[in-house]
Write a protein that binds this ligand. Structure first.
Ligand SMILES: Nc1nc2c(c(=O)[nH]1)N[C@H]1C(S)=C(S)[C@@H](COP(=O)(O)O)O[C@H]1N2
Ligand SMILES: [Mo]
Length: 261
């Protein structure tokens, strides 16, 4: 058996703080967070996950177990008919914040003439899409709030094709578990099918009435007001439908996968 070093008090405190955040990832009342803070102990974490939490590797296992458990709970709690709040145009945040794992100057430049949206996996019609063909589909618009885990939120106006309509058009197997996205930068993410089919999930082509600007995800991003910012992929170049868990750029580094807002 591998030799394990014991956790220091500081490491244990850190692990607990992380587990509490994983258990309460939604923006919520401070009282509820305080309640979890008081009640979840290392022993509780061990009981909850069945993992030994006496070493760093044990704690990491326990934390990812909590996170995957949390995905399931959020999946059960997700109401496919509940709509995220919408706002009047007067409340749009100007200028809208930019965010990525790099600075704004490094946002990818995608050439519209070369662009083809690739479709793969459990889909009947895998023909790639040009931007003009996506623009020719019926369009919808939303003014909703984007919430980033880094501690900011902003209201924006996005337009495009309702994603459930798009999935129906390409003959996606909507009994599959996941829809995955590959981006023109190194970003990737994936979502549960219930969220993919949500009426406010938007294959987004425009921002504030004009073509989606480069920094906000040209030529296309997936906008979901029911999910945190990191679940909303910009510069999407490929979409695939699958039963094999695809993970995500931040999710694979420990962010909660479901990422509901
Ligand atoms: N391709 C790509 N998509 C991405 C990211 C990224 O780095 N690359 N960052 C995510 C995060 S963490 C946030 S908060 C939003 C930011 O979108 P915005 O620049 O339109 O505000 O994009 C998300 N989608
Ligand atoms: Mo974010």
């Amino acid at each position: 058996m591998e030799k394990r070093s014991r956790l220091s008090t500081a490491d244990a405190e850190l692990a607990l703080r992380e587990a509490r955040q994983l258990l309460a990832p939604r923006i919520e009342l401070p009282e509820r967070r305080a309640f979890l803070t008081r009640t979840l102990s290392l022993g509780g974490l061990a009981l909850l996950t069945g993992c030994e939490v006496t070493s760093q590797s044990g704690v990491e296992q326990a934390l990812s177990a909590v996170s995957r458990f949390n995905d399931r709970v959020q999946g059960w709690l997700f109401d496919p008919n509940a709509l995220a709040p919408t706002y009047p145009a007067s409340m749009i945040t100007r200028p809208f914040p930019f965010n990525a794992y790099y600075g704004v100057d490094e946002a990818p430049t995608v050439d519209e003439a070369d662009y083809r949206l690739e479709i793969a996996g459990r889909v009947a019609d895998r023909r790639p899409w040009r931007l003009a063909d996506l623009r020719a589909l019926p369009q919808a618009e939303q003014i909703t709030r984007h919430i980033c885990v880094e501690g900011w939120s902003a209201i924006g106006r996005w337009g495009g094709v309702r994603f459930p309509d798009f999935l129906a058009r390409i003959g996606a197997d909507t009994s599959a578990r996941y829809v995955g996205f590959k981006c023109a930068d190194d970003y990737y993410t994936s979502i549960d099918m219930a969220t993919a089919l949500h009426p406010q999930t938007l294959l987004t082509l425009s921002y504030d009435g004009r073509t989606l600007p480069r920094e906000y995800g040209f030529p296309m991003k997936l906008r979901m007001p029911t999910k945190l910012g990191y679940k909303n992929p910009k510069h999407v170049r490929a979409i695939f439908v699958t039963n094999a868990y695809p993970g995500g750029y931040w999710e694979d580094q420990g962010y909660n996968w479901f990422g509901g807002s």
